[in-house]
Ligand binder design. Structure first.
Ligand code: ZN
Length: 151
């Protein structure tokens, strides 16, 4: 069993310092805004889904705390190149992970590297920072032009 707690810290620092997939995506065919009023995190997500239903590109812009930026960076990395049809399952797995009991092992098969964010369970006030990008991406996938809120 690797030390999730140390890894959590390292990954947050690394992805916050140099976020992956940061900036506007060209071209894109879906987009959405997200806002977490509890912390003030703001995200804009760009998404390019192919005719075959593959997520060809995804990127984000915005400002927020280290956890919101690291989570968006990890998420965009993890879903790039995957079928958009698989998103819902991952979204649910992620939500379950960050709200589950501390003793519960994350679903590594579905979540892979995203499992490091299970560390956020120790800081309940930051769970919404970690899940903001997922709510925003869900709204981009559904192409609703509403602002996704964590509240
Ligand atoms: Zn935050």
């Amino acid at each position: 069993m690797f030390e999730l707690r140390d890894l959590y810290q390292q990954v947050i620092v690394d992805h916050n310092k140099s976020p992956r997939n940061f900036g506007k995506l060209e071209p894109f065919n879906h987009e959405a805004d997200g806002y977490n009023p509890l912390c003030g995190d703001k995200l804009h997500i760009y998404l390019q889904v192919s005719d075959e239903g593959l997520i060809e590109g995804v990127s984000f812009e915005g400002e927020g705390c280290a956890i919101s930026v690291a989570s968006a960076s990890l998420m965009t990395d993890a879903i790039k190149g995957t079928p958009v049809a698989d998103f819902e399952q991952r979204f649910e797995a992620f939500q379950h992970m960050v709200t589950s009991d501390l003793a519960e092992e994350p679903d590594l098969d579905t979540l892979g590297k995203l499992a490091v964010l299970s560390g956020v369970r120790e800081f309940p006030s930051r769970i919404k920072c970690a899940s903001l990008c997922w709510h925003t991406l869900k709204s981009a996938v559904e192409d609703s032009h509403h602002v996704a809120k964590t509240e």
